[in-house]
Design a binder for this molecule. Structure first.
Ligand code: ZN
Length: 185
């Protein structure tokens, strides 16, 4: 899938792009569009990103919007719902929502900029949450985002990740297919 990082310059210090880029990408690929909203008030924009062609929409538990309301809205629009947490946010923050989620996105760097170093200390949180979902019988995907490369990908997978977001590890290489194959191991 294509992971699309949307940043508002408010929730995160960086600014990327909005709905027009998502709707421009949509007709050019059959890959699912996995939209990661790093927005202060994501509920305001969920419908617009769904209309722009997102297949899954992830919001942050630290944002101003009520996560339950965001998840409900994403599902009402027929999309997969994800909830993300920053490295410093404890696992408990997402626990009340696990039963309603399709995906948990564990940030393995501070959101906002590419090319950062993978934070290994986030792995305990990832493994705890993925174990909890297994025990409770919830079919939740676990995605990791930040600093994923051929050396950190196996660590994330061992700790329960089944979706790996890679930016620099792919786009920093001359041959994207080779880079992706290397990540798959
Ligand atoms: Zn992302």
């Amino acid at each position: 899938m294509l992971h699309i990082d949307v940043m508002d310059g408010l929730f995160v210090p960086n600014l990327s792009f909005g709905m027009p880029v998502v709707s421009s990408v949509r007709p050019n690929t059959r890959l699912p569009l996995d939209v990661h909203l790093m927005l202060a008030n994501p509920v305001k924009y969920i419908e617009a990103f769904a209309k722009a062609g997102a297949d899954s929409i992830t919001v942050h538990v630290e944002a101003d919007s009520d996560p339950a309301q965001a998840i409900e809205q994403i599902h009402r629009l027929g999309k997969r719902a994800g909830l993300s947490l920053k490295p410093g946010t404890p696992a408990q923050a997402v626990c009340p929502y696990l039963k309603d989620l399709d995906m948990v996105l564990v940030m393995t760097v501070e959101p906002g900029f590419g090319g950062q170093k993978f934070m290994g200390e986030t792995m305990e949180k990832l493994s705890g949450l993925s174990r909890r979902c297994q025990e409770l019988g919830y079919a939740v995907d676990f995605e990791v985002d930040g600093g994923i490369d051929p050396s950190t990908a196996p660590i994330a997978v061992q700790n329960g990740a089944n979706i790996l977001v890679a930016g620099s590890a792919v786009f920093g290489q001359p041959d994207y297919a080779v880079a992706i194959a290397r990540l798959r191991g």
